[in-house]
Design a protein around this ligand. Structure first.
Ligand code: XMP
Length: 512
């Protein structure tokens, strides 16, 4: 296993991800982790990440020097290289010009780090300072036009440093370099898998929760599902899953959740039927932010009451399970900034402080595709694992204008058709999302010999990799035609279908 010490780079998680892809177990710890803990971890190798600071600045982050005395290989990346040079007696200087973006390096043959790689490599640079003089024992093993020390080694001590970032995709052969480090230099075997990840996560959850009780808000989405399954493996029925039927779910959603998690996986599942409560609070409300706030608030209310009810029965939960992924961890940091609120996102974020619950977040280090693989590993059906995202405020933000039972039913029925046709066209997994939106617009039509004056439905289909940006999908005309004719013919109350051709930005994916 490999220890990654984090000096604050935005790419640190990518190092972990690449090593996991190589079948190597690794953990990220802050660079300040005490020496005793490092020794107890007993790594086969250590990676020092990049970071935004300068090793020359007073108070810049350092690792305990014990790292260099473990007798195991060390790979310093960017800031990590500079730190290595600085701590072991070399010289680091602020560069005259910063190197940022694509570059290429010329490799000196013979180092295990570059074994099997061509003599010239495209790499991604992002640094200000540079190493001017190497510590004793070090040799350069790659250079760029402007820097003789793009990569260095002390082969006797097995210390390596690279000025570029092998963990990013812009360094196409970076993964081979990391493989060389992990396999050849550290002697890792690459047999670690998502199954092993599950085992480690289960152990960690047990150590955290001990004999306590935990609760989890299941949404039906893949993240909360995988998190719940892991925790259930760890602590069994001391986990309670709560599924809130808020009245703004899609057709059959509640039944599917009960089927998969209750009957298939035997998760201790409580369904709370809060439809009347939510719809009552939403009555007459048309403002999108207000809808979002009401749903967030009511959700917390329902959840708190349910947790209190369980506590009355002797199950006082001290832990809240959340399916937080690594991208959420980064995003929630930038979310705290002064940037304008575009939409108040509803999830269970407000719960823990209010209820004094400690968080259990077993997916915090993973990316979405890794969670999907982990879900399959845990036996989740493929359909659950590949599910498109569905927003917390549900159909309330897809029924523009007032949310009534009748209008919800229209969007539900139109959405079923969208799902069926998108799947039949083989596009479900290619699209980020595809769904129906009910507009607060009525228009005139003719059906048979009758005049109609009915609702309009918009179809939204988006291609995106992360939901942050996206473009409308160029769906085939034939598919659009079928969607339109089926919705108008099969959903009484809708007589017009339009296709949303707005990208994000400037539009958002959801209409509210
Ligand atoms: P927007 O509409 O902001 O949506 O472009 C980006 C992605 O986020 C989903 N979304 C939400 N997810 N709670 C969620 O958990 C929310 O309140 C929420 N609002 C939007 C949306 O479906 C899209 O995938």
């Amino acid at each position: 296993k490999i220890l990654i010490l984090d000096f604050g780079s935005q790419y640190t998680q990518l190092i972990a991800r690449r090593l996991r892809e190589l079948g190597v177990y690794c953990e990220i710890h802050p660079c300040t982790v005490p020496a005793a803990q490092i020794r107890a971890f007993a790594p086969r190798g250590v990676v020092l990440s990049g970071g935004p600071a300068s090793v020359l600045a007073a108070g810049s982050p350092r690792a305990d020097r014990a790292v260099f005395e473990l007798g195991v290989p060390v790979l310093g990346i960017c800031y990590g290289l500079q730190l290595l040079a600085h701590e072991l007696g070399g010289k680091v200087h602020p560069a005259d010009h910063r190197e940022f973006g694509p570059a290429f390096i010329d490799v000196k043959q013979g180092s295990p780090l570059f074994q099997g790689l061509p003599p010239r490599l495209d790499v991604w640079m992002s640094h200000g300072d540079r190493v001017e003089a190497l510590p004793a024992g070090f040799e350069p093993i790659a250079s760029t036009g402007s820097s003789p020390f793009a990569a260095v080694e002390d082969r006797a001590r097995r210390f390596y440093g690279v000025q570029f970032h092998p963990e990013v995709v812009h360094t196409p052969q970076g993964k081979d370099l990391l493989r060389n480090f992990a396999y050849r230099v550290c002697g890792c075997s690459g047999t670690w898998s998502m199954r092993a990840y599950a085992e480690v996560a289960v152990e960690q959850i047990r150590a955290q929760v001990k004999d306590g009780h935990a609760i989890c808000a299941l949404s039906g989405g893949v993240d909360s599902a995988v998190a719940a399954l892991l925790v259930h493996r760890a602590i069994g029925d001391r986990l309670r899953c709560i599924f809130v039927d808020n009245g703004v779910l899609r057709a059959n959603e509640r039944q599917q959740v009960e089927e998969v998690f209750g009957r298939m996986f035997h998760l201790p599942l409580v369904t709370v039927d809060a439809r009347a409560r939510f719809l009552g609070q939403l009555a007459g409300v048309t403002d999108p932010e207000q809808k979002r706030k009401i749903i967030g608030r009511e959700f917390i209310g329902v959840f708190e009451e349910e947790v209190e009810r369980l506590a009355q029965h002797g199950e006082r939960a001290a832990f809240l399970v959340q399916g937080t992924l690594y991208p959420d961890v980064i995003e929630s940091v930038s979310f705290k900034g002064p940037s304008a609120t575009i939409k108040s996102h509803h999830n269970v974020g407000g719960l823990p402080e209010k209820m004094k619950l400690a968080l259990v977040e077993p997916l915090r280090e993973l990316f979405k595709d890794e969670v999907r693989r982990l879900g399959l590993e845990l036996g989740l059906p493929k359909e659950s694992v590949q599910r498109q995202p569905f927003p917390g405020p549900g159909l309330a933000i897809r029924v523009l204008g007032e949310v009534t039972e009748a209008r919800l039913e229209l969007v539900r029925r139109a959405d079923v058709i969208v799902q069926e046709e998108i799947r039949a066209a083989g596009l479900y997994e290619k699209l980020w999302q595809a769904f129906a939106v009910l507009l607060p617009v009525r228009s005139v039509g003719v059906m048979g010999d009758e005049r109609t004056y009915e609702s309009t439905c918009a179809i939204r289909a988006i291609e995106s990799t992360d939901g942050m940006t996206g473009d409308w999908a160029r769906l085939p005309y034939e598919l659009l035609a079928r969607l339109s004719s089926r919705i108008i013919n099969e959903v009484r109350g809708i007589n017009r279908v339009v296709y949303d051709i707005s990208s994000k930005p400037p539009a958002t994916i959801e209409w509210e």
